[in-house]
Design a protein around this ligand. Structure first.
Ligand SMILES: NC(=O)c1ccc[n+]([C@@H]2O[C@H](COP(=O)([O-])OP(=O)(O)OC[C@H]3O[C@@H](n4cnc5c(N)ncnc54)[C@H](O)[C@@H]3O)[C@@H](O)[C@H]2O)c1
Ligand SMILES: [Zn+2]
Length: 389
């Protein structure tokens, strides 16, 4: 081969990605070694960094310390704050700094992240940056993180008022799902997670929707602790997510049904970050998108009534004044279009559990659908006028 400089070289490489999501009860029982498992099946050596959501310290902090003491594994705990406002690079650097001072290896003693989606996304980003990427173990403790983040390959933090503007695709090798963590989650946060499950039911899985329609109120009341229905709903949601993500982990295909409810909501959520949770914003977007589908003849009035009834049964909002602001919704869609590389690729319901994509939504249609949504949710509009948005 000649070594002159007027040539070009092409490097091709493939990366085989696999990761496991496992239902793993009783994780904090000192007799149970699962929490310490490593990607290679070994137990490793050296100090483990445990990143814990601050709200879990009171509930589980002493059990976690007792677990490591009983198993004679050195560890240090880094406490991070959940909540969308705290999804910052500052918290990422705090974790990287702990990994550095603990002398965390490339593979041998991966950090363990225990918390909701915010803590998991922050640790995921920190682990993907430290030494250019190390494995970690992910333990979701909210319903939303259990059904959604658990399956995801993505990490991220918010930046300059935009959701997940900085992040990476970097799935941890192992996610352990222990449903008992849900026992301490506030009801509003349970409903928040139910919003993401509802999304899947609406766009992809009529069986899951029917389960939420019939048993939603009881599931939320019991914080998804009733073994049979909860496992069925969570199992269906995780399987649906895997089915959608598996062949599109790096999102080369920008027509994603799991983006249902995530077209208008990202900007709305960030504008109302103090009074609106992610799953609530997603539910409102799902309903708004359902109204668009109804107006285009893809959905019946009966379907919309069932959707509103099911959302209310899950204690989710069906109206917020932000969805009466057509300019804001259009601005949100415009940013989403940039994220989808210049196309709307807007998923809509085509009946319950079925989808189609459109690319020709207009501002006038958005404005008319916003007014239509306000009218069909009129009872909630009156309520909002009394209690504030
Ligand atoms: N990586 C992905 O692909 C992906 C997918 C979906 C969502 N997300 C992200 O997930 C985030 C939302 O996650 P979330 O709803 O879990 O929010 P969160 O992490 O802020 O948790 C919600 C609240 O619950 C508290 N909490 C957590 N576990 C608890 C427990 N067991 N008992 C009592 N309180 C507990 C937290 O301290 C927090 O106050 C968003 O930032 C979203 O972008 C990421
Ligand atoms: Zn979401």
């Amino acid at each position: 081969m000649s070594k002159t400089l007027d040539q070009k070289w092409e490097v091709r490489s493939t990366l085989d990605v696999s990761y496991e999501i496992r239902i793993a009860p009783d994780l904090l029982n000192p007799e149970n070694p699962t929490l310490l498992e490593l990607p290679d099946g070994g137990t490793g050596s050296g100090e483990r960094v445990v990143v814990l959501d601050h709200n879990l310290v009171g509930f589980y902090g002493s059990r976690i310390d007792a677990y490591f003491r009983a198993r004679a594994v050195p560890h240090r705990t880094v406490v991070v704050s959940g909540g969308e406002q705290n999804k910052t690079m500052g918290q990422v650097f705090q974790i990287v700094s702990a990994l550095n001072s603990a002398g965390t290896l490339r593979v041998g003693n991966p950090p363990i992240a225990i918390g909701g989606g915010v803590a998991l996304d922050i640790v995921g980003l920190a682990a993907s940056l430290y030494r250019r990427g190390i494995p970690h173990t992910r333990i979701p403790t909210t319903l939303l993180s259990l059904v959604d983040v658990s399956v995801a390959a993505k990490t991220g933090v918010n930046f300059q008022g935009y959701r997940n503007r900085i992040g990476s695709y970097s799935p941890p090798p192992l996610t352990l799902v222990d449903l008992s963590f849900l026992g301490t989650v506030p009801h509003r946060q349970i409903s928040n997670g139910a919003g993401e499950i509802l999304k899947l039911g609406l766009i992809k899985d009529a069986t899951l929707f029917e389960l939420l329609e019939a048993d939603g109120p009881e599931l939320v009341n019991n914080r998804f602790q009733h073994p049979q229905t909860a496992r069925q709903a969570i199992g269906l949601a995780i399987a649906d997510m895997i089915e959608e993500l598996r062949d599109n982990l790096w999102e080369k295909d920008l027509r994603r049904v799991v983006d249902y409810g995530h077209s208008f909501s990202p900007l709305v959520e960030m504008r109302h970050v103090h009074d609106m949770l992610h799953g609530e914003a997603v539910t409102l977007d799902c309903i708004f998108s359902a109204v668009i589908a109804l107006r285009r003849g893809h959905l019946g009035h009966g379907d919309l009534r069932r959707i509103l009834h099911t959302a209310r049964g899950l204690r989710l909002p069906v109206w917020h004044s932000a969805f009466g602001n057509a300019e804001l919704l259009w601005q949100a869609l415009s940013d989403t279009v940039r994220h989808r590389n210049g196309s709307q690729n807007l998923p809509l319901m085509a009946g319950i559990g079925r989808s189609l994509f459109i690319n020709d939504l207009t501002f006038d249609e958005v404005a008319t659908a916003a007014e239509h949504m306000r009218q069909v949710t009129a009872a909630d509009v009156r309520l909002e006028a009394v209690v504030g948005p």
